[in-house]
Ligand binder design. Structure first.
Ligand SMILES: Nc1nc2c(ncn2[C@@H]2O[C@H](COP(=O)(O)OP(=O)(O)OP(=O)(O)O)[C@@H](O)[C@H]2O)c(=O)[nH]1
Ligand SMILES: [Mg+2]
Length: 163
């Protein structure tokens, strides 16, 4: 059976959204930089196999907008959610809490939500287990997947999970 899904990638600035899409695509096409707010527009990535097609939409980092361009960036992010089947929140493992802005976006999305606990290359196994359990218990997400966008060893497992 051929499956297709639109997947919206959201998260705070610098969480690793663009690196994440690059990791899944296995080639570089998103802009990645250590400076926050690198992604200003929606960028799409496609993974097509005989069995499925996944379309990823990269989005600007979620912030409380302070000026016009940031408002436009947040509009672009919200627009990406309108046609999404699935939402992936890319979350930096060092962040203990979800920001108010992120929670608002999560609450506005009616489909399934998955938290990607990113940058776990900086953690030991016990820390990974503890943080994964913490986010599972938050009740916001259908699933929580520990990941490292720069060392994506479990990339195929993640793709299978998404499919
Ligand atoms: N250690 C580590 N660093 C990561 C990982 N993923 C991303 N980074 C780093 O985090 C920084 C931000 O990555 P981006 O992919 O540009 O982040 P973004 O969420 O797209 O940022 P904006 O587009 O600005 O919202 C870069 O310096 C990345 O190299 C990871 O899995 N582990
Ligand atoms: Mg980006």
């Amino acid at each position: 059976m051929h499956k297709a899904a639109f997947i919206s990638i959201i998260g705070k600035p610098n969480a690793g959204k663009s690196t994440f899409i690059n990791a899944l695509m296995g080639q570089h096409f998103c802009i990645v930089s250590p400076k926050a707010q690198t992604t200003r527009h929606r960028i799409k990535g496609f993974i097509t196999t005989d069995d499925y097609q996944l379309v990823f939409s990269d989005t600007p980092g979620i912030i409380a907008p302070k000026y016009k361009m940031q408002e436009a960036m947040m509009d672009a992010m919200k627009e990406s959610l309108e046609d999404a089947d699935l939402l992936l929140l890319i979350h930096d493992e060092t962040e203990e809490e979800l920001s108010e802005e992120v929670i608002d976006v999560l609450n506005s999305f009616k489909g399934q939500k998955i938290l990607i606990l990113n940058k776990v290359d900086r953690l030991n196994e016990q820390q990974i287990v503890d943080k994964t359990e913490h986010w599972k218990a938050s009740g916001h997400f259908y699933g929580v997947v520990p990941f490292s966008a720069i060392h994506p060893f479990n990339k195929n497992m993640l793709l299978n999970f998404l499919v």
